[in-house]
Design a protein around this ligand. Structure first.
Ligand code: ADP
Ligand code: F6P
Length: 326
């Protein structure tokens, strides 16, 4: 394998708070280690169309505190085709880029895996998604900030829920992963979380009404993870309106509010550690791995493991929520 002299960095898929701190860390760690850096704009789209610029240390000044991503982000259908990836490879080579650091979620790291297999390009992934759905890392960049945003919102919704004695279904993001909903519910003192990972044979709504709401509460907040299979908060609200017309039901969908904002200290530190570790990994000859943090240690997780969509929900957390919502 020839020596790496220049790396390209890109952000892809859904933006997440802390992506800028990660871009900064990758850029500065690379320069510190004597590598040249190129910023690739709009994720794989910019790699396919050649939107690539030299990056110096100053390019990443004053961004550690910013949400979003200065490199912009995008979805790119073309990169899913061999022809698109060929264009991407040609642009990479024309710019003298020897290795890629991809900051993104499950989809973005799937793209990196395919590309690295096809072109023998060293690729390192950083888990950048609010969903926390990548296997092999305790948390992902953006997750903690999104969780705190959810808390701010639910704390406010609770005022209305309590004053009007209402039942609120609050839908949070997660694309078929319940981490935001479950941990958001625990932290916000919500009465329940409806999450896709929990046994689909169980009617989670029925269970919640029986076990908690009906017994002692005049108001309740249920966090619902967005999911293709459960129909989301609207679905549960419609059901309650039909099956339990005595309850005054409302729905709030938090939506993209959850993706923005200043990254928390946790996300900035995580992004800084992962970004510097990405460059260490490349210097050590690692390739096609996601960098994660497991029990406070940096770990290298092969793409194939990280993106399998099987990060488990800790069942102890379900019990905590259940016990505390009586
Ligand atoms: P996220 O990274 O947030 O999960 P997406 O799932 O939208 O975001 O994926 C981001 C981009 O990654 C896609 O638009 C596409 O360009 C690329 N990508 C995703 N899956 C693949 C794949 N199987 N092969 C090639 N590229 C992919
Ligand atoms: O992956 C992050 C995420 O916010 C998911 O939770 C959500 O399903 C998806 O992105 C929505 O993406 P967009 O609105 O950008 O299409």
């Amino acid at each position: 394998m020839s020596k790496i002299k220049c790396i390209g960095v890109l952000t892809s898929g859904g933006d997440a708070p802390g992506m800028n701190a990660a871009i900064r860390a990758v850029t500065r760690a690379a320069i510190y280690n004597g590598l040249a850096v190129k910023g690739i704009y709009r994720g794989y789209k910019g790699l396919v169309s050649g939107e690539i610029c030299d990056f110096k240390s100053q390019n990443v000044s004053n961004i550690v505190q910013l949400g979003g991503t200065i490199l912009k982000t995008a979805r790119c259908q073309e990169f899913k085709t061999p022809e698109g990836r060929k264009l991407a490879y040609d642009n990479m080579k024309a710019e003298g880029i020897d290795a890629l650091v991809v900051i993104g979620g499950d989809g973005s790291l799937s793209g990196a895996r395919v590309f690295a297999e096809e072109y023998d390009v060293p690729c390192i992934g950083l888990p950048g998604t609010i969903d926390n759905d990548l296997y092999g890392t305790d948390t992902t960049i953006g997750y903690d900030t999104a969780l705190n945003t959810i808390l701010d919102a639910v704390d406010k919704i609770r005022d209305t829920a309590t004053s009007h004695e209402r039942l609120f279904f609050v839908e949070v993001m997660g694309r078929d992963a319940g981490f935001l909903a479950l941990n958001g519910a625990i932290a916000a003192g919500a009465e329940a979380a409806i999450i896709p990972e929990y046994n689909t044979d169980v009617d989670q709504l029925e269970e919640f009404i029986k076990n908690g709401f009906r017994k002692s509460k005049n108001s309740s907040i249920v966090l619902v993870a967005e999911s293709k299979s459960n129909g989301g908060a609207m679905h549960y609200a419609e059901r309650v309106k039909k099956e339990y017309p005595q309850y005054d039901v409302r729905v709030t969908i938090l939506g993209h509010l959850q993706r923005g904002g200043r990254p928390t200290a946790h996300d900035r530190i995580l992004a800084s550690r992962l970004g510097t570790a990405a460059i260490d990994a490349l210097m050590e000859g690692q390739r096609n791995v996601m960098i994660g943090i497991d029990h406070d240690e940096v770990v290298y997780v092969p793409f194939t493991k990280a993106i399998k969509n099987n990060k488990p929900i800790n069942s102890e957390l379900l019990n905590v929520l259940h016990e505390l919502s009586i």
